[in-house]
Design a protein around this ligand. Structure first.
Ligand code: FAD
Length: 287
């Protein structure tokens, strides 16, 4: 059964996110990670795509390898801000040739895009989703932001844009990472009230250091609860202590989400397996 059908049927879905590595050493590490995570039978893995528009085929190629060589079900991220419609059609052909029929359709962030390459045919993800739907043959997902997208004027305004993505053809949504489950549950409530009825997979990431927390929270504008901040400050510089704390925090977050009705979990792995394995084992043991 396809993971989108499992989502619709209410079966919990577990997935891992990777990014295309740049060096031979990083590639070897990612393949090792993929092998280790495959042992946990994920419903899918996803591969990010740079919004620069310069390297879309790195994502296509990695998706192909993960599917053909590792036997994983794969979702390709596809950003549109730096592409023309013709380029998007070409990338989609490449994905179909690799038998990749799942796309997470995204706008992408402008700060990675050379100004001449910006907004050539697309301003928003909903336009890409509409094109993919018209092309046919793809299961399409979209992104959402429990604390609102940083550019949106309000959560309500952002959710009305999310509704446009669902109306255009997004069958499920994956959230930006967050550290306070109250934001996820509030988002679900408001999205349902606005008519969004597709499954919303929560995206979780274990924080592995103080600097990393600062970078992510600044870039993505997500809140850090006092207990998480205190733990990260307490364990900064102690690798084992930080790992243990971080896995415990994310595992507790995951368990509460699943208990509260989340349709599964999407783990941002940063191409490493140790924390993802530990979290999923904790979660499955508590089910
Ligand atoms: P959109 O849905 O287009 O929304 C962007 C902003 O525009 C929002 O503020 C929205 O409210 C507003 N908006 C939407 N439609 C309209 C409209 N019609 N009129 C006016 N305003 C509108 N980035 C990458 O570069 N590569 C990746 O692989 C990647 N993967 C991601 C995976 C997940 C699960 C998530 C949550 C994000 C990911 N991102 C990735 C980041 C994403 O590209 C950025 O957050 C980007 O700024 C917004 O993308 P989007 O698809 O949500 O855009």
């Amino acid at each position: 059964m396809k993971f989108t059908e499992r989502l619709k049927a209410g079966t919990k879905v577990y997935s891992f996110e990777f990014y295309p590595p740049k060096t031979a050493e990083d590639t070897a590490r990612l393949f090792n990670t993929a092998l280790e995570l495959k042992a946990l039978s994920p419903d899918f893995v996803s591969v990010t795509n740079s919004s620069s528009g310069v390297t879309p085929y790195r994502t296509v190629a990695l998706c192909g390898v993960l599917k053909a060589q590792f036997g994983l079900d794969v979702v390709a991220h596809l950003t549109c801000l730096a592409h023309t419609r013709a380029e998007i059609a070409e990338i989609c052909d490449g994905l179909k040739k690799m038998d990749i029929t799942n796309i997470l359709a995204l706008r992408g962030d402008a700060h990675n895009v050379a100004s001449g390459a910006l907004r050539r045919d697309y301003d928003h993800a909903s336009q890409l989703i509409a094109d993919l739907k018209q092309t046919g043959g793809f299961s399409i997902g979209g992104a959402c932001y429990p604390e609102k997208h940083p550019e949106a004027a309000s959560l309500e305004a952002d959710i009305s844009r999310v509704k446009e993505k669902v109306d255009a053809g997004a069958e499920y949504l994956i959230t930006q990472l967050f550290f306070d489950n109250a934001f996820y549950f509030r988002f679900l409530e408001k999205a349902a009230a606005a008519g969004v009825s597709v499954p919303v997979l929560p995206g979780l990431m274990p924080i592995t250091g103080y600097k990393q927390m600062q970078n992510f929270t600044k870039l993505m504008q997500v809140s850090v609860p006092a207990a998480l901040r205190a733990g990260i400050e307490r364990w900064d510089g102690d690798k084992d202590g930080m790992f243990k704390f971080s896995v415990e925090y994310a595992s507790a977050q995951a368990q509460e989400l699943l208990k509260g009705g989340a349709p599964g979990l999407h783990l941002y792995t940063l191409n490493r397996s140790r924390a993802a394995i530990a979290i999923l084992k904790n979660v499955k043991a508590a089910l």
